[in-house]
Write a protein that binds this ligand. Structure first.
Ligand SMILES: [Mn+2]
Length: 343
């Protein structure tokens, strides 16, 4: 049997931003739903963080999420199992009030609020929602006692790359899950595998840090225990390098996208202005022009590198002298930055 695995969908992301809603619609409408129809897949597991904000979703976002994902899945008669993730819960120490149960009661989806063993075509899978104070003992007990060979969860494990360039230095030890042949997890949006543990990665690029990262969904085969990755063909973030001109990709590729026009050599000003106008007419989500003005200064032998905000913040923290743990400061800055981007 084939099961479609998808995780960290984050409906309502970036403060219910319309460009992201359109981007999601393109992915679900043109890729995932047609794939489910064509492949005849009937079982879906969402490994947590189906919704973005812990305490609310705006009505328009919810309506669009129903239309692009929950309704079609329901109409196709798919069985959907959803693990509760850390973004789906109102309280931090218990899963008692969670978005899926509150919002999706009209659907016949299975919401995993407690560690649960489920069987798919004779294969037992241990399903673990987000681990918090309320369920930690229960999770440890079931991990110790289960004879399931596969585990799916929303796990915070040490040593995995959470965002590009950021390896987690806290979290549970992955050896706790050594007994399983395969472990699949949501939570970190970066796709990565170490030994028997695979972080599946979320389906789309959501922040500039995700630029160039491969995102998508997987299909898991219960007979072979193998997964196949299906990449999301639509990138959210694009960089164009302007060098006396630039070739602009098809407008359908850029439409709704977030574009950085990086000016290396401006050349003719009129031609440059025309290019900017062309880009503005495509209907981008955002256009940023990145220009290295230091080149016009005389002492320009130091090259100015353009980096994203998070990388700049991190290298700043690395450079300054601090008496406290820099990793903690970085993680506070990162969550502040993510929170600020969502406003
Ligand atoms: Mn997430």
């Amino acid at each position: 049997m084939k099961i479609l695995l998808i995780t960290d969908q984050h409906f309502g992301v970036r403060g219910d931003n319309q460009h992201f809603i359109n981007h999601y619609k393109k992915f679900y409408g043109k890729v995932v739903i047609p794939f489910i129809k064509a492949s005849g897949i009937k079982d879906i597991v969402c490994l947590g963080d189906t919704f973005d904000k812990r305490r609310s979703i705006n009505f328009m976002s919810l309506d669009e999420a129903k239309k692009m994902w929950f309704d079609p899945i329901d109409q196709l008669g798919c069985r959907m199992t959803m693990l509760v993730g850390n973004h789906d819960i109102y309280y931090k120490n218990t899963l008692r009030v969670n978005a899926a149960t509150q919002i999706l009661g009209d659907y016949d989806f299975k919401v995993v609020e407690q560690p649960t063993e489920l069987e798919y075509d004779g294969l037992k899978i241990l399903m673990l929602p987000w681990i918090c104070d309320d369920n930690r003992d229960e999770v440890f007990n079931i991990v110790a006692s289960t004879d399931a060979k596969v585990c799916m969860g929303h796990l915070e494990l040490n040593g995995f790359e959470a965002h590009p360039g950021h390896v987690m230095e806290s979290g549970m030890d992955k050896t706790l899950f050594d007994k399983f042949k395969r472990v699949f997890s949501g939570h970190y949006h970066q796709k990565s595998t170490k030994g028997n543990v695979s972080y599946l990665g979320n389906p789309y690029q959501l922040y500039w840090n995700d630029y160039g990262c491969k995102r998508g969904f997987h299909v898991f085969d219960t007979d072979t225990l193998k997964t196949t990755f299906y990449r999301n063909p639509f990138d959210t973030f694009h960089k164009l390098y302007y060098n006396n001109g630039v070739s602009i990709p098809e407008s359908t590729e850029l439409e709704g996208g977030f574009v950085k026009l990086i000016v290396e050599e401006k050349g003719d000003y009129q031609k440059f202005d025309y290019t900017v106008k062309q880009l503005q007419n495509i209907g981008l989500g955002d256009l940023k022009i990145v220009e290295d003005l230091s080149a016009e200064l005389e002492c320009s032998d130091t090259t100015l590198e353009t980096e994203d905000t998070m990388t700049l913040l991190e290298s700043y923290i690395d450079e300054i002298e601090l008496k406290v743990n820099k990793t903690n400061i970085k993680s506070v800055m990162r969550s502040l930055y993510v929170e600020a981007s969502e406003l």
